[in-house]
Each structure stands twice: as C-alpha cells, then as structure tokens.
Design a binder for this molecule. Structure first.
Ligand SMILES: Cc1ncc(COP(=O)(O)O)c(C=O)c1O
Length: 366
C-alpha cells in the first residue's frame, strides 16, 4: 500500500473544508518598507509635536489595561460627535478600522443572493471582503476620466438589485470626488444600502454627512487612518439607528481597545494640529501634482485626497516602480490592477523633503 505523505492528506482536508472562494483568495499584501521613504499607503507623514506627546503620555498613565475596554466607547463617541459634526438623531458605530465596518455590513446581509456593487477601480478591500463573507460582487467600470458612469451604474442597479453599493468619494486609487448629483441618483435608484466611504474627506472638504436625513438608505463611513492616526485602527459609520442596531449585533465585543479609545479621545481635542497638517499636505499635493505633470510623458489625474495617481509611458510602470524602490522610495504600482489603470502609479503626499526625493528618483527613472 502506498504511503500517503501527511502533507497531502492535509491538503485534501483543506480542499474539502475551506470555502472555495477563500482558497482562491490571496492574502492582502503589504510590501516591506523598512529603510524606504514610504509613500505607498496614504498615511499622514507627520507625527505629533513634542508638547502633545508629553500630555498624551501623562494621560496614558491613568489608563487601566487590566480591565476590558468600555464596550460602547462612550467617551470616544461623544468626542467624535463633537469633532466631526455627526448630525443629532444619527447613530454611530465604531470599527477596528473601516475595513471592519465593511465586514460587519457585508456579514449582516441576507443570504448568497445579496450582491455587493462597486464602481471600479476602487478600494480593493470591497471586493476582498465580499469574498470573505461569500457574497457575489459586481464591479461597474468608471469612465476613463474616473467619473461615475451613471447610465452604466443605473443599468447595473436595475439588473442586479445590489444589497449594498460602496462609493468611495474621494475614490482610491483615482483620487477624485464623485459628482454629488450622480451619488444622489444612485441613492434614489437603489433599493439597497449605499455606503458613501469618506476615508479622504479631510482632504476634500466635501461630505454627505449632512444629507443623512434625506435618504433612508444612506450610510456615511469614515476612518481616522488618513488624517494621521492609522496606527490606532479606528473607523466610524454614521446612519439611522434602525440600521446600525442590526450591524451592532455582529460587532465583536470590545472591538475598540482601551488604548485606541483613550488616545483618540485625547488627541481629537487637538483638532487644530491635524488641520494644520492637512492644510500642509493639500498644499504639497498641488506642488507634487504640478511637478509630476511637468515631467515628459506623464499624465496626472486631479486629486481631492492625500495622494496623486499618474500615468507613465506605455509599458513603463513596472520598471519605474522597481527603479524607485532601488532609489529608496516606495510607492504603489497600480498597473495591471484594472484595465483603466494601465501604466498608472500612485504616490502618497509625504513631507516636502520626501516629495523632493521621490521627484528626483522619478525624474531619473523615467
Ligand atoms: C476608500 C477607503 N476606504 C477605507 C479604507 C480603510 O481604512 P481603514 O484604515 O480605516 O481600515 C481605505 C484605506 O486605504 C480606503 O482607501
């Protein structure tokens, strides 16, 4: 009798026990960045001023870590309401990053007939999280200028009746805001939920937060990651209580840890510091976009976020991406991710010295 190696038997078990869509997935890849100028992940490049760090450390001395966190994040929610002008009468649900909120929403949807719809290209986790929870996913291509293809979206809504549509505005990786009028028409046409993902709202100033009362199927999702607190992992969802109550049942207890609650509650008192950093990033974005545009053979797409998407010469993106890494600069290669992103690269706005280093590396790599 042939001896079956243990590893083969294990593989058979994986094939039988793990959902096929999970077996087909690839792990979300985070490239190593040690020693590189990191301009790949839309992080705010600035840390806090020394006085703020001092006060924060002082405050952290009183935080108790032997007890579980406040399951309702009561003080933090009050601070978020005050800082971000959450409309009275609207509820608030917190997630371990907005990724977790997307997962909670998708998990709550009824059965395998519930479809997730996203205009594409957009944030890659929308597709991945639909697969995690076993929901069919429908991507509708944007126009070549990355605006919403409204007739195509309306036709796809009519055909697929999605249970949820995710609209990232400003969109990642394209950087543009979608037209308010287009979003309104999608809200009116959809019988399912429409989540307006405002991860980059701090850089655009535009928001659907104050429109929440107008549409019963509108939810607004945000994150603190891009404004400067990526390490805390805190996202928030705003919408009518009847919806958020259902989602809240799927939130794991204590999903927002004590250090995140205490730190976010503390640091959001210093909103002005973040506003100053965001103002600087927006000014530098304009400089960066214009500087890339001046380089021969590049096309720069307008951005309302803290990053810039640009196109290089045909077939050059992969080579340039590697050349930049060799010169110590990590950006994101979007070539091959979607057909509308051919030859495209995405760079996050860094500190002025980092932007200059990137530009000089790009100039010599082109
Ligand atoms: C549009 C969009 N939504 C959500 C997120 C996830 O943010 P978080 O760090 O809160 O999980 C990102 C991150 O890149 C994003 O681009």
């Amino acid at each position: 009798m042939p001896v079956i190696p243990i590893v083969d038997r294990k593989d058979q078990k994986i094939i039988h026990l793990i959902r096929p869509e999970v077996q087909a997935l690839k792990q979300y890849h985070v490239p190593p960045s040690r020693g590189l100028i990191k301009l790949d992940a839309m992080e705010n490049p600035y840390s806090w001023p020394a006085y703020l760090r001092g006060e924060w450390l002082e405050e952290m001395q009183n935080v108790t870590l032997n007890r579980y966190p406040d399951p309702e994040s009561t003080e933090l929610k009050a601070r978020l309401r005050q800082t971000f002008g959450i409309p009275a009468g609207m509820d608030l649900l917190l997630g371990n990053g907005s990724d977790e909120l997307i997962q909670i929403i998708n998990l709550s949807l009824r059965g395998r007939d519930s479809k997730v719809m996203v205009p594409e290209p957009s944030f890659s986790m929308y597709r991945m999280i639909a697969a995690y929870v076993g929901l069919p996913y429908v991507g509708v291509p944007l126009n070549p200028d990355f605006s919403l293809d409204l007739p195509a979206m309306l036709a796809a809504i009519e055909q697929h009746q999605p249970s949820v549509i995710y609209l990232a505005s400003p969109n990642n990786p394209t950087g543009n805001l979608f037209a308010d009028g287009d979003i309104e028409q999608i809200l009116r046409a959809s019988r399912g939920l429409v989540v307006v993902d405002e991860a980059y709202t701090a850089f655009s100033g535009s928001s659907f937060m104050n429109r929440l009362g107008e549409f019963s199927n509108l939810l607004v999702m945000r994150t603190l990651s891009k404004m400067g607190l990526a390490g805390l992992r805190l996202g928030y969802l705003v919408g009518p209580t009847n919806w958020l109550c259902e989602f809240d049942k799927l939130r794991l207890p204590y999903n927002i840890n004590t250090l995140t609650q205490a730190t976010a509650e503390f640091v959001l008192r210093f909103e002005d510091e973040f506003e100053e950093q965001i103002g600087q990033i927006n000014r530098d974005r304009a400089w960066l976009a214009e500087s890339i545009r001046r380089l021969k053979g590049t096309e720069v797409f307008p951005s309302d976020a803290n990053f810039v998407l640009f196109r290089v010469g045909k077939g050059q993106a992969d080579r340039i991406h590697i050349a930049l890494q060799k010169k110590g600069v990590l950006i994101k290669n979007m070539n091959g991710v979607h057909e509308l992103l051919q030859d495209c690269l995405r760079v996050t706005v860094g500190k002025p010295s980092e932007n200059v280093a990137f530009l000089s590396a790009l100039t010599s790599a082109l």
